[in-house]
Write a new protein. Structure first.
Length: 56
């Protein structure tokens, strides 16, 4: 997969995670562990995107 396509894919996943975090956080019985895991995954995606952009 070309780097540009991979970056777009990761960026789309990052955006979806951002929305999911907002949705979970708004719920009255928000699970802080779930939010923490989602944020950790989002950060990992952001780091992957940064690495790919540096290589490109």
């Amino acid at each position: 997969m070309p780097i540009e396509a991979r970056i777009r894919e990761l960026d789309a996943r990052h955006t979806r995670l951002d929305s999911k975090i907002d949705d979970v956080a708004r719920h009255p019985s928000a699970d802080s562990l779930e939010i923490h895991q989602l944020k950790k995954e989002k950060l990992h995606l952001k780091e992957q995107i940064a690495v790919l952009r540096r290589q490109h």
